[in-house]
Design a protein around this ligand. Structure first.
Ligand SMILES: [Ca+2]
Length: 160
């Protein structure tokens, strides 16, 4: 994760890579070996959770300053010493991923791995004002590439 050439405390270009074989990363995820469909979904959700916290302006990169100010390195340390991945609440909990995935699946009734406004209308706690703000992309730009549809990392890759 991270990369690029730093210039004046910022990052000139950003790229990231991550292992999409999370079961190779932690023994608490060994069970994923038999469920390959969830390996990438879990990995993408962890990446999305990290970027949600460390990249609040949605630049799609994390620079050294953001990394130093965050708890990510502490979370890496914790996940290295903790045998139960679900005890690592910051970013890595499989239980947290599973709750996100189940909620995403429930909302994405057409299972196109995109959340549209009709999908989110089912959340009765969200007012039209909130949905207008979400779909104006005022908080964060959508990354789905499809107008009016937000993708969620838990849903995996959008089908072409
Ligand atoms: Ca959908």
């Amino acid at each position: 994760m991270g990369g690029g050439r730093e210039r004046g405390g910022g990052t000139a270009s950003c790229t990231y890579t991550a292992s999409l074989r999370p079961q190779a990363f932690h023994p608490g995820l060994a069970f994923l070996e038999s469920t390959p469909e969830f390996q990438e979904k879990y990995a993408r959700t962890v990446i999305a959770r990290i970027f949600y916290v460390l990249d609040p302006t949605a630049r799609r990169c994390i620079d050294a300053r953001q990394l130093r100010r965050s708890n990510l390195l502490d979370a890496f340390h914790t996940v290295d010493i903790e045998e139960d991945i679900n005890m690592v609440n910051d970013y890595f909990s499989y239980e947290h991923f599973y709750v996100l995935y189940c909620k995403f699946w429930e909302l994405d009734t057409d299972h196109d791995f995109l959340l549209s406004r009709p999908d989110l209308n089912k959340l009765t706690d969200l007012t039209h004002v909130v949905l207008d703000r979400v779909f104006s992309q005022a908080g964060r730009p959508f990354t789905s590439g499809k107008p009016g549809a937000a993708a969620a990392a838990a849903g995996g890759r959008r089908r072409g």
